[in-house]
Design a protein around this ligand. Structure first.
Ligand code: SF4
Length: 259
């Protein structure tokens, strides 16, 4: 499966359940997925091995121009905008000029849509880099992924490059001192004969321990919504997601479910 890939730097705006009217920014190569993870459920398809990629990130100046052009046109048409969202064909913090692009985006947002928010959807794997972490601290919605309670399930579902351990990701998340939103996709299925499931009581209990320690502003819970690269994947029913959300709410942490 090739996955759903973006062909532009700036895309949308689209109406998003999580982010309202959202204008997307794709900092990854066009029509090619790049990520430090290779999640079994990724809508963009499988991550290309480095030796098969001809990655070419858009220049910072190109991103600036594309975003300014779109914001100016939207403003002229009096279009509404809630959020400028960094998402796209993989992990946005991989862009070597991610921090500078965030600074540019803040300037453009302030000048065209001062009431708008800036959101980044990231897997937090590069938040150990000071520049990346500092940039993420500047945005209104720092939305970071945590899909597992145990390292075993983390490695099965998120399939990170290298020897990354779940503890590394949790350490990266800790440094935001609660100034973050956790996004968690619950899923179960089988891949290459190995079962994976982050909805078991054991997984959810350990995941909740991480959540309690991190004290995020919000937890976003959702199931798969589009085609996945692995075929044997089950969409977790809404009532199960609501039960998990109730356990988060019982900790005093706001939670939203997007069944
Ligand atoms: S972290 Fe996001 S972009 Fe990367 S593989 Fe997982 S779902 Fe896809």
């Amino acid at each position: 499966m090739n996955g759903f890939l973006f062909e532009q730097i700036v895309f949308g705006p689209v109406k998003s359940r999580r982010l309202g009217i959202s204008l997307g920014i794709n900092l990854l190569p066009l029509n090619q997925k790049h990520c430090t993870f290779n999640c079994l459920y990724c809508e963009c398809g499988w991550t290309l091995p480095d030796n098969k990629s001809n990655a070419s990130y858009p220049a910072r100046s190109e991103v600036y121009q594309a975003l300014e052009l779109r914001l100016r046109a939207m403003k002229q048409k009096k279009s509404l905008l809630d959020t400028i969202t960094f998402a796209g064909n993989g992990e946005p913090t991989l862009h070597p000029e991610f921090a500078g692009i965030i600074d540019d985006t803040i300037i453009l947002r302030n000048s065209y849509y001062p009431e708008g928010r800036i959101a980044v959807l990231s897997n937090a794997s590069l938040a150990s880099e000071k520049e990346v972490a500092e940039a993420l601290k500047k945005v209104d919605q720092n939305i970071l992924k945590l899909d597992a309670g145990t390292n075993e399930t983390f490695r099965l579902i998120n399939n990170p490059a290298g020897q990354v351990h779940l503890d590394d990701i949790v350490e990266n998340l800790k440094q935001f001192s609660g100034n973050l939103i956790i996004q968690t996709l619950f899923v179960r299925g089988t891949h290459k004969g190995v079962s994976f499931d982050n909805t078991t009581d054991h997984e959810v209990s350990l995941w909740l321990q991480h959540i309690q320690m991190l004290q995020p502003k919000l937890v976003m819970i959702y199931p798969i919504a589009r085609a996945t690269p692995t075929e044997d994947v089950e969409k977790v029913p809404g009532d199960e997601l609501l039960s998990i959300a109730a356990r988060v709410e019982a900790l005093g942490i706001p939670t939203e479910v997007y069944p």
